[in-house]
Design a protein around this ligand. Structure first.
Ligand SMILES: [Zn+2]
Length: 151
């Protein structure tokens, strides 16, 4: 059963609370379409912080996903790690106008953790990933994979 966990950025930041958990990749339909397999899970910590007058939400996400190698098209397991810092703002439209460089969350918005993490996971997937050495190319593959992304 999938829990619909939510939080409100302002409340979490003011309380300086943390939410920890894990979401199965099989429960992320939009992310799944970019993957070769839907095994594994994404662990996360969402931490509210007060920083002087600023309220911030920090997100740490960590997991592994299986994608297709961009060279040999075989499966390739890559880490999916992301650390982000989001400024809690009254009004996102105003923040955009003021051209804040930070990422931000609206203070009163009800954030669906599942949907938010899925968005961040999709945004942070490498555009393309490759085995360090592809088996199919006739190069002996040690049990070692790395990945690189094309900017
Ligand atoms: Zn490969």
């Amino acid at each position: 059963m999938q829990q619909k966990m939510t939080f409100q950025p302002k409340t979490l930041a003011l309380a300086e609370r943390e939410i920890e958990g894990a979401i199965a990749i099989a429960e992320m339909p939009r992310l799944k379409t970019a993957l070769a397999k839907d095994c594994g899970q994404l662990c996360f910590v969402i931490a509210g912080k007060k920083n002087g007058d600023e309220l911030v939400i920090e997100l740490v996400m960590d997991g592994e996903v299986v994608v297709f190698c961009g060279r040999c098209l075989e499966h390739l397991t890559i880490p999916l790690r992301y650390t982000g810092r989001f400024l809690v703002v009254q009004n996102a439209a105003k923040a955009e106008e003021d051209d804040l460089v930070n990422d931000y969350l609206e203070s009163e918005e009800t954030m669906n953790i599942h949907d938010w993490l899925e968005d961040e996971a999709i945004l942070n997937l490498p555009f393309s990933a490759f085995h360090a050495e592809c088996k199919i190319m006739g190069i002996s593959s040690r049990n070692h994979v790395t990945y690189s992304s094309i900017e």
